[in-house]
Design a protein around this ligand. Sequence first.
Ligand code: PLP
Length: 432
Amino acid sequence: MCHASLCIGFDKGGATMNKMKALVCRECGKEYPTKAIHVCEMCFGPLEVKYNYDEIRKTISRKKIEDGPRSMWRYLDLLPVEGTNFVGPHAGFTPLVRAKNLGAYLGLDELYIKNDTVNHPTLSFKDRVVAVALTRARELGFETVACASTGNLANSVAAHAASANLHCYVFIPGDLEAAKVLGNLIYKPHVVEIEGNYDDVNRLCSEIAGEHGWAFVNINIRPYYAEGSKTLAFETVEQLGWRTPDQVVIPMASGSLLTKIWKGLHEMQALGLIDTVHTKINGAQAEGCSPISTAFKAGRDFFKPVKPQTIAKSLAIGNPADGYYALKATAESHGSMDMVTDEEVVEGIQLLAQTEGIFAETAGGVTIGVLKKLVKQGVIKKDEVTVAYVTGNGLKTQEAVIDSVGRPVRIQPSLVDFEKTFKMGKNGGGDA
Ligand SMILES: *Cc1c(COP(=O)(O)O)cnc(C)c1O
């Protein structure tokens, strides 16, 4: 079924054009049909979607995009689905906030926050990847969807599955924040809590995915799922008035988001939507789980898996699937990477909240903490147009800041008590 309101801006050609060419191995280049497969049977490399850019170039334009729906589906021409029967029709097109206060504090003339704390429906960037994954899974005929998650992914898969009438299993580590656990249970999927960390969850899920005919969004549907992240690049460029930023700061878990922002920028260039990309890509991790940033700083192009120990649980992947590609993209862009302590994560959350009124989760604290460090190091300069990706909502990770925010001032319900507390005379004045 096609809701008319969702199809505005798409001519028939846009919806039916044969834009997906194949799945292609990122290592050896062998091509596969666009089904639910994710590894190359020749070399075990990961597969990604290959597009028919010559076809896409014929119809795509800035105007066509601008006339599209106010969601990530305005970039449908560059997303790996065939129809317009979307799961998650409202995901994306979140605000790009001009961060004047934070910019002034850090010494940056033109800083923006890409604010995915308000993404629909589950308040994190994962709504983008899940919308693509479940739309594609349904096109491929799946009736059961599943995921291995560090928290936000499970919330998003569970919510989207409920709205799309799909059976749902989500697998989470045993130490997740209360709001992220509740944010699964409320949609009534099968919630499976594993006694172990994300890497244990992922290992188990890879085995389950091989046994059951389910769509595991970040395993056998991963080539499609990952493409949803490109919309964060597309939106940023469009919202900047079809300019590319000079610098971006991106939080890394598996490293997929970072690699896809890089891919998205280059697709726009290849299609003539923007001039030559000169954006520097910067990756951010928490010290307690920084296999990718550590490798970058050591000048290595490979990472060593770690055992995660950080409050930034949404980024706590010790063996990141796209770590190698994240290192490669960052190096190609002449960007940088860094990491911050848990203390700096909390400071970053508070700094963003108190300067811009945006309450981010721990991953946002990582991004802001690393942004601050990169400015201090002179990696990001005063006059460079900079975008920081804030990817999840602070109400989901209250444990991280509960001991740092103080308590409300408590008074009796009386004017006298109020004025005494704030040391006010009868004719105003005073403060607290
Ligand atoms: C999943 C996630 C990321 C990054 O994920 P990748 O695996 O690197 O693509 C960033 N921020 C938040 C809040 C997340 O949940």
